[in-house]
Design a protein around this ligand. Structure first.
Ligand code: PLP
Length: 397
């Protein structure tokens, strides 16, 4: 006997991967320049040069036996100190290295945080649209994911619906801003509203409710938009960060968790994080890349191309009659499909070699996700295809 749940998870088709594989096949058939693949969220700009320099310097300067050895389970102390100092200097916080746990990316930051606090019967709330892996992370920890529909006009939180969804079983709320797949950044008003409700509910139920801030896109914001730093708004907060997108290093698997030291019983919760990391086999994030990110802290890949791509796409698609909330961050556009069934719409888009992802798995039927972490040339070449797709539905204005 094996785990039916895990087998099901392993066999379950990933729509995004399927579209991506289809795209690869199509590229071989008609040439990659003729396929407009907007399926994956893989950064399209290279890591900054400082990453390569840091790797070379570290390899030259550090003794191999030490460099490639285990660090402490929660991560190298000096690395955590550098991260704490950086967060404190940019966010005016009082984080200490003892609050930080180094992980293999945001996915691990989330699974560890979730496992650290979950008891049987717990519920986790998130807002639509949401990163589909939350369902997997929460369910495999033994809890249930409850989704709350956001306001359709701007994808900010509907406080009434949120309040209705909280029950004594609510263990935590997961937020993701800038958001995958909408690109929306939660306003300060939204954050304050969420935190006010959570504080009231904690009081009413007499137990802690946690806030888990999933923020791999924190630096990917445009037009001077500010992303509120959750440690200032709510004490029971976990910050789940990753360098995958900011430094264009998704394959290197490196990130961290900050357990707020203002959290109720913060030291015990941090111990539970260490325990969950241990139970999940996530001790000691890759040693070389812990050191690389410490040397490159505060830097980003050249993300200006994402803003250029966003502007090009939003302008063109709006002109053709598509509707979307203009994203303030990340590199995704969540567009209303031109028919109710987003899957059927994506099939039609394929006729024009446009590879889009239906929004159903993100908890929003009738939408499609466009990942614009692609070359600007691809977007320019794809614009006539979007126009033809819109014409098929006769919505051109
Ligand atoms: N959270 C969100 C919202 C994401 O979009 C992703 C990856 O695309 C992750 C978490 C996982 O990030 P990582 O690759 O750092 O594990």
């Amino acid at each position: 006997m094996i785990s039916e749940y895990m087998m099901g998870l392993g066999k379950k088709r990933s729509v995004i991967r399927e579209i991506f594989e289809y795209g690869n096949k199509r590229k071989q058939e008609i040439g990659s320049e003729n396929v407009f693949d907007f399926s994956l969220g893989n950064p399209s700009v290279p890591a900054p040069e400082s990453v390569e320099r840091a790797i070379r310097d570290i390899l030259k300067q550090e003794e191999s036996i030490v460099l490639h050895g285990y660090t402490s389970a929660q991560g190298d102390y000096k690395v955590r100190e550098t991260i704490a100092n950086y967060v404190n200097s940019t966010q005016n916080t009082k984080v200490v290295p003892e609050d930080i746990y180094m992980t293999v990316g945001a996915a691990a930051s989330l699974t560890i945080s979730i496992k650290a606090i979950t008891l049987p019967g717990d519920e986790f709330i998130t807002f639509t649209p949401f990163f589909p892996e939350y369902g997997v992370f929460v369910e495999s920890a033994g809890a249930k994911l409850v989704t709350v529909a956001s306001r359709e006009e701007d994808f900010q939180v509907d406080f009434h619906r949120f309040q209705e969804a909280i029950t004594p079983k609510t263990k935590a709320v997961i937020i993701n801003s800038p958001n995958n797949p909408s690109g929306v950044v939660f306003s300060e008003e939204t954050i304050q509203g969420i935190c006010k409700i959570l504080k009231e509910k904690q009081k009413e139920y007499g137990h802690d409710i946690y806030l888990i801030s999933d923020e791999p896109y924190r630096e990917l914001v445009y037009d001077d938009i500010k992303v509120p730093y959750l440690l200032h708004y709510y004490d029971n907060t976990f910050v789940c960060y990753s360098f995958s997108k900011s430094l264009s290093l998704p394959g290197e698997r490196i990130g961290y968790i900050i357990v707020s030291n203002k959290m109720n019983q913060a030291k015990d919760v941090y111990a539970a994080v260490c325990g969950a990391g241990r139970a999940l086999g996530y001790v000691c994030a890759p040693s070389l890349f812990q050191k690389v990110v410490a040397r490159c802290i505060g830097q980003t890949a050249d993300i200006s191309v994402y803003k250029k791509n966003r502007d090009l796409l939003v302008d063109a698609l709006t002109k053709f009659g598509f509707h979307c909330v203009k994203p303030d961050g990340a590199f995704y556009l969540f567009v209303k499909a031109l028919e109710e069934d987003a899957n059927a719409f994506c099939e039609k888009a394929k006729k024009y070699e446009l590879l889009l992802v239906p929004g159903d798995d993100f908890g929003c039927k009738g939408y499609v996700r466009i990942s614009y972490c692609v070359s600007t040339e691809q977007i320019q070449r794809a614009i006539p295809a979007f126009e033809k797709l819109a014409e098929e539905y006769c919505v051109k204005q």
